[in-house]
Design a binder for this molecule. Structure first.
Ligand code: NJP
Length: 245
């Protein structure tokens, strides 16, 4: 309660649901993404429910823009306690299809976006000697799946980076790092799949099992954040009960 959070990917899915959960818990939330209309609507929704939030229009691939967004949030609320580096995309395709532009986009958003978000916020947390960074990796950050070669590579990178960060900043600065690893969650993620075959295959998964709701991930994030200061839930792996892989 009374803490300040930056949430990237806040315009939909996991980021939006987590932002709402944080606001309900009394956290002031900076909502970061590119779709400003979505952010403004969420700010209104959070305020109408008695919470506090501000929109931070930014592209996580642009370090200067991320720095400006972080400065605006810190100016407004005086500090930042929670950083949820969550923005990501998953345009599935076979490697042999050579959708190189999509590969680069995934590396830019899923990996560089997380690095930029950490780079822009870490100095503040170090100065405060406190804070909690939550990154969104995936079950694809532990395993590999056909059609998701580059996505898996980006999410493995996020997991490796997060664990190293945890080791480096925990003792020295009292900063906790949690790497979130969701299974299948209802969101707009599949809408980025340009390959018709994989799009159909992924949409078909919804017939096979009950996906997690984005709010379920929000609850898991809040749970990790609320752990006592000496407890770091280093990895939070959240699966639909019916998910067989
Ligand atoms: O997907 P979606 P999720 N700069 O599409 C933002 C991971 N995950 O909530 O900029 C800034 O609803 C985009 O905002 P906008 C997944 O890999 C998911 O499921 O306005 N923001 C939107 O808010 C990802 O890391 C599942 O377009 C950018 C958000 O990202 C995270 O969960 C399973 C951006 C995407 O929201 C959230 O994804 C799993 C940019 N350049 C991991 N590009 C799952 N859903 O099943 C995109 O294991 N965004």
């Amino acid at each position: 309660k009374g803490k300040v959070a930056l949430v990237t990917g806040a315009s939909s899915g996991i980021g939006a649901a987590t932002a709402k959960k944080l606001a309900e818990a009394g956290v002031k939330v900076g909502l970061a993404a590119r779709r400003v209309d979505r952010l403004d609507a969420l700010v209104d929704e959070i305020r109408a429910a008695g919470g506090d939030a501000m929109a931070i229009p930014m592209d996580v691939t642009d370090l200067d823009a991320v720095r400006r967004g972080v400065a605006a949030l810190a100016d407004r609320y005086g500090r930042i306690d929670i950083v949820f580096a969550n923005a990501g995309l998953m345009p599935a395709s076979d490697i042999a299809s050579l959708k190189v532009d999509e590969w680069h986009r995934m590396v830019d958003v899923n990996v560089k976006g997380v690095l930029n978000t950490v780079a822009a916020t870490l100095p503040l947390l170090q100065e405060q000697k406190s804070g909690h960074i939550v990154t969104t990796s995936s079950i694809a950050g532990r395993k590999t799946f056909a059609g998701l070669g580059v996505y898996c590579a980006t999410k493995h990178a996020v997991a490796a980076f997060s664990d190293t960060l945890r080791m480096e900043v925990g003792k020295q600065y009292g900063i906790r790092v949690t790497c979130l690893q969701p299974g299948a969650v209802e969101s707009e993620l599949f809408e980025h799949v340009s390959d018709a075959g994989y799009r159909e295959q992924m949409e078909g998964l919804k017939e096979q099992m009950t996906f997690l709701k984005a709010q379920d991930i929000g609850d898991a994030v809040v749970y990790a954040l609320q752990a006592p200061a000496h407890v770091d839930l280093a990895e939070v792996f959240v699966m639909p009960t019916e998910q067989p892989w």
